[in-house]
Design a binder for this molecule. Sequence first.
Ligand SMILES: [Zn+2]
Ligand SMILES: [Zn+2]
Length: 530
Amino acid sequence: MFDDRVLRLARWIAERYVIPLSMAIGATHPPRVASEEGRAAGQAEDPPWVEAPAVLDGYEGGPELLTACRGGAGSFALRPLPDEEGAACLEAVAACVGGGRDAIVVVPEGQPLPATAGLVARSFGPAALRYVGGEPRERYRAWLDALAGRYRVVVGTRSAVFAQVPRLGLVWIHREVHPGHREERAPRHHVRDVALARARLEDAVCVLAGLAPSAETAAMAEDGELPVVMAPRARERAAAPLVETARSDREDRSPRLGRLLREASGAFLLMSRHGYGVARVCRQCGEPARCGQCAGAVVIREGRAACAVCGSEARCPVCGSTRFGVERGGTERLQEWAGRVARAPVSRVESAEDALVPGTGRVVVGTAAAVKDFGPVRVPLVAILDPDRARRRPGLSAADQALATWMEAAVWAGPRGGGGRVLVHTAEPGDPAIQALVRWDPRHLHRSERARRAGAGFPPGHPVFRVAGSPDLPDALAALRPVHLLTSSLGSETVSLVTLRPGAVAGFRERVLEWVRDGIVTRVEAEPQV
Ligand SMILES: [Zn+2]
Ligand SMILES: [Zn+2]
């Protein structure tokens, strides 16, 4: 079920994520459904003739990317013009298939299928496999068919990065900054890292695409390891939306927002906070409101007070009351208010599956989950109501993921001069993330982000491990001269968070295995959520 190519990739995964080789091989395959193995694979499908769009020739670095897709190798960061990723992706896939090789397009979520992936899948018809969702039997059947060479193109969510097409030529990662590209179960691999490694091992091309890159991709680009393919700056500026900032008053509203919303025939309102509000204080005893189970924050959703962390029914841990003083604000409260102000009916999107295409005639209220690749979409007003809260959320990637979401939503307003507008509420218009959005240039954020993360001990692109073991552990790790080492004790166990230089991962697994034998290490986990 696997050949040398897969074995090489599995070895890389085992070393990078410090896991047994057998587990790495398991990660590259779907769960086995033995009864499918006796059946003949479906007939190989000849690719249809695809009329490829021509956008990449007009991009800086575009001709080099196309040449690589036709028969070469290499990794690229792609910053498409608004509305052009679908065309650029189809053009690259067509070049790859035209050159006699096979292509994989990986998307961060399958429901609804991003327009970029839908365009490629439709264009290649029966020669394209949609590896999205489905029952284990169906998925295993599809995987066996791909292994047998039935398809020339595979479009799918993160496990598609392992699809065993016979002659890999291209792996395209759509919205590479999206959190959906990170596997939540061990070995916690990231699609971006696997795709880069796989392209290197199989002499193929890897494209990391997105309006705003991840901090990791931006750092590789800055260091010259990853050529950036993008439209000339003047074209990019002209295609960018008009973004204005305003200060918000209570509940993330502003007079400017009210005026624009009253006049707009349609709008998309982005807010990072769900629900109707946050409980601040117990009405009965006056103690600060918090979850009695886990001390998490208490939020009001659908008329019910519940813990934002564990979901349990909120009850004051001191007096047992369920009545709280609430600071109002969130998607539900916004929907209520917008319904009184806007001319068009207001809908609220709470989950990715229910996402609504914004447009005239409707106002859509939603969180980042509502921001999807719908293909070219136009709405007169896009308002980003609490970006200062979004970029400060916990987690190293909060700011770069927030910026990408804002840019993806902002393009729905159309290019400047087209009448659409983007309103951004902020108390800090000079913040690098806000400036990156206003000037339509993610580098404003990434320069400061790189310094900030290095200062915190987690520079972008540097592997992080959580290691548990004996009190000798910190000294053993310090001998590796790590970039960063944080140690704490939990009972009798010592736990260290260690950041390594990218080149130091080779050999780290061997050392860890020695330490396991010596009783210094009991457990190691790569890329914990930091
Ligand atoms: Zn109370
Ligand atoms: Zn709780």
